[in-house]
Write a new protein. Structure first.
Length: 182
């Protein structure tokens, strides 16, 4: 069977299912490249930022928080949603300070990841923060987390052993390893 050269799917119709504070859910009927139709369930989520804060001793400032969806604690790098129209650099600096109290001298972009492109419409902007200065933490009223410093080499081992499951943390750790050759 010959595969089509144009893999684009065309939206035929859209049914809105849910409109919330962080996400919008819709079901689209699409025309497939082979002429058949199918449905796509889509969760449009606000874009976000995630920051790997690396101190002068090559320790990563991490946050551990309860993730309700998975009913467990997850070790992650600081992250959060972007406000409407907010620049990713501004959002990254804000989230890093709010969650950890850290303010960096340098913020390097590590690229953008698509956490779950099969149904989840969110872009996450990744950053590496260096030259950390500690100030006061400013958590949101509904945010509860523990901050811990973990050696970068241990973070790499935890990623490779499967202990760290969070996609943004895995991507940022491995990108930083390659970038800094640590």
């Amino acid at each position: 069977m010959t595969q089509p050269t144009d893999l684009t799917e065309q939206t035929l119709s859209r049914k809105d299912v849910y409109d919330g504070l962080l996400c919008h859910v819709h079901v689209d009927e699409v025309l497939l490249p082979n002429g058949h139709t199918s449905q796509r369930e889509v969760v449009d989520h606000v874009d976000g930022v995630a920051v790997l804060p690396l101190d002068e001793r090559n320790n990563v400032l991490t946050v551990t928080q309860y993730r309700y969806v998975f009913k467990k604690l997850l070790l992650e790098i600081p992250a959060g949603k972007l406000d409407e129209g907010e620049n990713p650099v501004t959002g990254a600096l804000r989230e890093l300070k709010e969650e950890t109290g850290a303010v960096p001298d340098t913020l390097l972009p590590l690229g953008v990841i698509l956490p779950a492109p099969g149904c989840y419409g969110e872009k996450l902007h990744l950053f590496l923060a260096r030259g950390l200065h500690m100030e006061d933490q400013h958590l949101d009223p509904d945010e509860f987390l523990n901050v811990e410093r973990i050696p970068f080499t241990e973070m790499v081992h935890r990623v490779m052993d499967g202990e760290i499951e969070d996609a943004k943390t895995i991507a940022a750790v491995l990108k930083t390893k390659v970038l800094l050759d640590l």
